[in-house]
Design a protein around this ligand. Sequence first.
Ligand code: XMP
Length: 520
Amino acid sequence: PVLVVDYGAQYAQLIARRVREANVYSEIVPHTMSLEKMLAKDPSAFILSGGPASVYADGAPAVDSELFESGVPVLGICYGFQLMNQALGGEVAHTGAREYGGTAVTVSPDNTLLAGQPESQNVWMSHGDSVQKAPDGFDVLASSSVVPVAAIADTERALYGVQWHPEVKHSTHGQAVLENFLYHGAGLKGDWTTGNVIEEQVAVIRSQVGDGKVICGLSGGVDSAVAAALVHEAVGDQLTCVFVDHGLLRAGEAEQVETDYVAATGIRLKVVDAADQFLAALDGVSDPETKRKIIGREFIRVFEAAAREVVAEGAAEASSEDEQVRFLVQGTLYPDVVESGGGEGAANIKSHHNVGGLPDDLQFELVEPLRTLFKDEVRAVGAELGLPEAMVWRQPFPGPGLAIRIVGAVNQARLETLRAADAIAREELTKAGLDREIWQCPVVLLADVRSVGVQGDGRTYGHPIVLRPVSSEDAMTADWTRLPYDVLARISTRITNEVADVNRVALDVTSKPPGTIEWE
Ligand code: XMP
């Protein structure tokens, strides 16, 4: 693999994704991993990521200078570029001149790294320190008005570096820089595809599971649907899917999963109606983290009970008698893994129900075939496995469901109000053809807030609904979607006319960060 060494910014994931977009397999490793361990992964190239530190700061993350002697091609980006310069004898200075945002650079297009590029171009910069002099043996390939050395190359040793962020779309020719490095600098072929992923994962699943029994919690979302389809491909009827109706679903959702998924895949499905159990456990709870923990716990309880039933049913069919269900499939994605295993000091923003919410005494062994994939890759795998388009392109919906979209305690009446408003918003967005344009549009009920309105001839004292349409590539960051006013108007009119108790519709115009996508 290409190893992306993470120096602690959010850019490492983006770099890894862009490398895969060039059809080269990549993995992220923390900068704290020893060089020996990195080399044991047999890397085809290293990319050193950007990071928030200054190379001069106390305790600034460092690089083992032997990495540059290992014979493996290296690309240093931003902080990684400065580390490289520092380690190899260049000059990195605290000049006080900062560059942040879109910046013009002049490049020399006759070197491998920048071959074929326009001489003046716009790139995305974000740095305080700057490189004044390149190390011996390196050519300087680019400069800006502030930085004399903005890109370097030692073609012979296959060592390259850029001060800017080629992984960011604002760097107009960024992807070409990465591809030049991968294909020409490191001599790699772009032949990694989602087809490889399926083949590989099917083999891995078979060897992990053997002839054991497996259950998979199906949420109706893309991740669990694709994970289940992969496991089904690998071990067929050893798999039983469990769909938990926790009473926190949107209108029509349970029926959709029951009919569409089974029809599309032929996978055996158990539907568990656990609405009373979840609502009782959530009674009177309004703290977001408490809600999430309760829901995570109840999910596992339901899975455990379902696993016992699967065993009992198997026994009734007189197959292997007391064989336990040992494996639980989860649709965990690469960003979840990186975030939960990743970077020291990474704050726990919220407990995603299937990552932070698992009990310690979990009796299942986890099967997580999507652990190395990003969302867009999961969609590609789903499509290749023949899942219907509507399923593959379904917008994300959180496992804890509408419970984390009711700000306040959850009860049946509030769920009904939110469900009705949500159904209207979804219907209008679909009608307007906007489903692919937005990443998702949470609809939130501010259950503890009331405002005065006038409806019909009288005064009302109802609750606001908030629309939270967002655009995103991977949910790590997001921007609010500029929906057309007439669509917003239709949604607002319909919700206030058709949903009792709601007399106001508000639009959330916050990006992530600082807001998260969901309100809780
Ligand atoms: P936030 O609110 O963290 O959401 O910006 C990022 C993405 O994750 C979804 N989300 C969840 N998905 N279990 C899930 O399966 C959860 O507990 C959970 N919390 C948030 C959210 O809908 C968005 O797509």
